[in-house]
Design a protein around this ligand. Structure first.
Ligand code: FMN
Length: 224
């Protein structure tokens, strides 16, 4: 297929600890192999109120810093973000939105993107999907992506989520341990914790999802 006939897929996402980025990259690779033209666009969180917190990793005080985002999440007001030029400088046939969960719902940067004129430009009249990375809570986030994207004129076609290991308490300990150290440890304050973040099986699921999407965007006869 030449580039004029290849379906153009925009993969727009926010990622602080690179998990969403990892799944978006894995899916982009599959879609490229399937004959799509993929463009990755990472939203920057430039709001002066929060920029410093999300510029540093690991977090010096992870519990306090995660808790400090509650009021902003509850306000549901758009924050200042940077949207890469590639998002609006051309038209795309399909849009993929990568959204980490923050406080049970869509993270502020992706929520802000979905409120933007750029989102209307890129989503209006186009099919789109969402990919959620989270410790445990994906449903409200994915529903919010669907609702907000639909409001911008998009046509939601499916979605996928990646949920990390562990129950309510231990998965939180694993997250706090990782956010505060940048390392994978076996214990947090003496309590045994499961591995956090994406595992290989999540990436396999992501590739399968992208492969099915690729089949839909590039029917077998046109990829030959
Ligand atoms: C500020 C903040 C709030 C979070 N709140 C939740 C939450 O309510 N539920 C959940 O399942 N995960 C929550 N998480 C975990 C993230 O969804 C998880 O770390 C994910 O990997 C982040 O994606 P990223 O690596 O692409 O930044 C939170 C993480 C942060 C930094």
């Amino acid at each position: 297929m030449d580039s004029a006939t290849k379906p153009a897929v925009l993969m727009v996402y926010f990622s602080y600890t690179h998990q969403t980025e990892k799944v978006m990259e894995a899916m982009a690779e599959v879609l490229r192999d399937r004959g799509c033209e993929t463009t990755l666009a990472r939203i920057e969180f430039t709001d002066p109120r929060y920029e410093k917190r999300f510029k540093q990793f690991p977090m010096p005080k992870p519990f306090l810093e995660v808790v400090a985002m509650i009021p902003a999440e509850l306000r549901h007001r758009p924050a200042q973000i940077g949207i890469p030029d590639v998002v609006t400088e051309r038209e795309y046939d399909f849009v993929f939105i990568g959204s980490p969960t923050w406080w049970l719902s869509t993270d502020i940067p992706i929520r802000s993107f979905l409120e933007s004129d750029a989102a209307t430009k890129v989503l209006n009249g186009k099919p789109f999907t969402g990919a959620v990375c989270c410790r445990r809570y994906w449903k409200h986030n994915l529903n919010t992506v669907r609702r907000m994207g639909t409001k911008r004129g998009g046509d939601f076609v499916d979605g996928i989520h990646f949920r990390y290991q562990g129950g309510q308490v231990r998965s939180l300990f694993s997250l706090l341990s990782f956010l505060g150290s940048g390392e994978y440890k076996e214990r947090y304050h003496g309590v045994k914790i499961p591995p956090t973040n994406l595992q290989d099986y999540h990436l396999d699921e992501a590739r399968e999802f992208a492969s099915a999407l690729g089949n839909r965007l590039v029917p077998a006869s046109s990829s030959e």
